[in-house]
Ligand binder design. Structure first.
Ligand code: NAG
Ligand code: NAG
Length: 463
């Protein structure tokens, strides 16, 4: 009897840590096809807490990669990713009922969704002061989470680890990756060597890189002229006078030079009157923020996802008492926000002038990590032209030329070019900022090829 008892307690040791986070089921939704966890971790030795959801692979959890997924904002919850295309269940149009998502990455990957920064969604901040964040404290918090998670789930330490994100999430991912990389450098040189994290690569979608070129920057007018929103003459005038545009959110106190003001005002007038900056080819679409108040808010995801499932009513579902209970959300955590974005976290975010390009350059230099940057080419917020200018500034060597690729429908899907053998820019034609939520089957195919280590994540159209 005593021996038997001993065995049982030893057996349960390996997975004892977070048993209480297991999600048995989601009320009124299809049964879960793999093990889900939902819970909280305090981060960076403070009373601030991340809410995470970890969805084990439907394939082979013990060997499939782990992919972290980040939505952008800053301030948009990664529950959007979990429930609108990346996770195994997604919303069917205009209803609170989920359907099984055949395009989920979860068929061959363990998925990690962290509501980031703290204060977003069901993540928790004890004081208002904690809604102020910047890239560096977010990096610290995410790394703190990562260390605690793998301490509780050591069986996952050897799985390949990928970090993925859309838009601003494309900044969180390399920042966290840089922290893991630095940790690994130290771990590898310790005696005895410490366990390293098996970081393999990054999947970035319409991500921010360098603020000189991205997100309302000096190069933005080129794109708006190319899309016939600005007349050519206005662009020429802008160039002739040597005007620049900088984002005042990032470059505090920046103001245009006097003679450029009329030009910049004219540009603002031309694009502020009905152009959807997230997708220059689509009509803006007024969307509901919740079931009760259908005219509230303007959901940028919905703006370009009229025919695909969406996270529009996520708050209505997640705020149900039985759903909170199923996800183990403590009572002290406030409601999940309408539109999935914490506006206070957004407003209080301290943008840095560095962007994330310099980190991507360092990570590429080591040659240890593969990076794919998927880019919807009709994005007018973070522009393809701008990102290409940033890439040009890195002086990376092209290792595979700008080549068209063929999509699942048999059409030309966009272009791809690889630099330094590790950084692949992959454009997607006629989709915008939320490409990752629109072209679901194609994105799934790209992700699976990428994590399998295919020589290219798309089929090339060779000469
Ligand atoms: C973790 O966070 C909670 C909620 O803020 C707090 O009550 C608790 O004291 C924190 N625990 C630690 C060890 O800091
Ligand atoms: C640390 O060591 C592991 C195992 O040898 C290796 O795969 C990894 O690339 C190393 N990491 C760094 C940053 O050198």
């Amino acid at each position: 009897m005593i021996i038997g008892f001993f065995l049982i307690s030893l057996l349960s040791l390996g997975q004892a840590a977070r048993q209480s986070d297991i999600v048995d089921s989601l009320p009124d939704q299809p049964a879960l096809k793999s093990k889900w966890y939902s819970g909280h971790y305090n981060v960076s030795n403070t009373a601030r807490q991340y809410h995470y959801m970890f969805v084990e692979s439907q394939g082979t959890p013990s060997t499939d990669p782990i992919i972290y997924w980040f939505d952008g904002g800053p301030g948009i919850s990664s529950m959007v990713g979990l429930f609108s295309g990346i996770g195994p269940l997604f919303f069917t149009h205009q209803s609170l009922k989920f359907a099984e998502n055949p395009y989920t990455w979860n068929l061959h990957a363990n998925l990690m969704f962290i509501e980031n920064p703290v204060g977003v969604g069901f993540s928790y901040v004890p004081t208002d002061k904690d809604t102020f964040n910047n890239d560096w404290n977010v990096q610290e918090d995410l790394f703190s989470f990562t260390q605690q998670f793998f301490a509780d789930f050591p069986e996952y330490l050897s799985n390949p680890l990928y970090l993925a994100g859309n838009s601003y999430g494309g900044i969180y991912a390399p920042f966290l990756g840089y922290a893991i990389h630095q940790y690994n450098l130290i771990a590898n040189f310790s005696t005895p060597p410490k366990q390293h994290y098996n970081l393999k690569g990054f999947i970035i979608a319409n991500g921010g890189t360098d603020w000189k070129y991205d997100f309302l920057s000096e190069t933005t007018p080129y794109t708006y002229a190319a899309f016939n929103i600005f007349p050519e003459s206005l662009l020429q005038e802008y160039l002739r006078l040597g005007c620049t545009i900088k984002n005042p959110l990032i470059f505090k106190g920046w103001e245009p030079v006097e003679e450029c003001i009329p030009i910049i005002n004219r540009m603002a007038y031309l694009h502020n009157n009905g152009v959807d900056i997230y997708d220059l080819l689509r009509m803006p679409y007024k969307a509901a923020g919740s079931m009760e108040n259908k005219d509230q808010g303007f959901n940028t995801y919905q703006a370009t996802t009229q025919t695909t499932p969406n996270a529009l009513y996520l708050a209505d579902y997640l705020n149900r008492k039985d759903v909170r209970e199923a996800l183990h959300i403590p009572d002290y955590v406030p409601d999940y926000p309408v539109n999935s974005q914490n506006i206070q976290v957004l407003r209080n975010f301290q943008w840095h002038v560095e962007g994330s390009g310099f980190i991507q350059e360092i990570l590429a230099k080591y040659g240890l990590y593969k990076i794919v940057h998927i880019f919807g080419d009709t994005d007018g917020q973070t522009t393809l032209f701008g990102v290409r200018q940033w890439i040009k500034s890195t002086q990376w060597k092209t290792t595979s030329e700008w080549t068209p690729w063929i999509n699942l429908a048999g059409n030309m899907g966009g272009y791809t070019q690889t630099y330094e053998n590790v950084y692949t820019l992959l454009t997607m034609r006629a989709v915008g900022h939320s490409a990752v939520y629109i072209a679901l089957p194609q994105i799934q195919d790209i992700v699976f090829k990428f994590i399998r280590g295919a020589s290219s994540p798309v089929d090339l159209i060779e000469i």
